[in-house]
Design a binder for this molecule. Structure first.
Ligand SMILES: [Ca+2]
Ligand SMILES: [Ca+2]
Length: 130
């Protein structure tokens, strides 16, 4: 048991400290920040990501739809985003994630905040502690 915890712990450490995690987060940021690409992700840009994952347009993103997304999506963030753990990400859950990324309503979502959010999320899902 302890061994498993230690393995998960070190796997999480390796992932969050790997230099390519930040590169991955920066790539994801650049993919979302494109309308316009101005160093800030707007609500509109995040909505576009949600809509692109919600391929059947029913307002819910399933795990299969989510993990077809980019590199960060495949890292197991689904459960972190699915805050009520019902197996789908609703628009409302996406909105609360956006708020947590921003820090406060109306505060710009910059690349630094975006990377910080994912680093904390990664630590949380790896059981390392944010
Ligand atoms: Ca933008
Ligand atoms: Ca949910």
């Amino acid at each position: 048991m302890l061994r498993i915890i230690a393995m998960v712990f070190f796997a999480g450490m390796a992932l969050s400290q790997a230099p390519d995690f930040e590169a991955l987060a920066a790539q994801s940021f650049a993919r979302v920040d494109r309308d316009p690409a101005n160093g800030v992700i707007s609500t509109h840009e995040l909505d576009a990501v949600f809509d692109s994952m919600d391929s059947d347009g029913n307002g819910e993103v399933l795990r299969e739809q989510f993990t077809q997304g980019d590199g960060l999506a495949s890292l197991g963030f689904f459960n972190y985003f699915d805050s009520n753990h019902d197996g789908v990400i609703l628009k409302s859950e996406m909105d609360s994630i956006r708020l947590r990324m921003c820090g406060a309503e109306g505060s710009p979502l910059t690349r630094a905040k975006f990377v910080r959010f994912y680093a904390a999320a990664l630590a949380a899902i790896s059981g390392v502690g944010a």
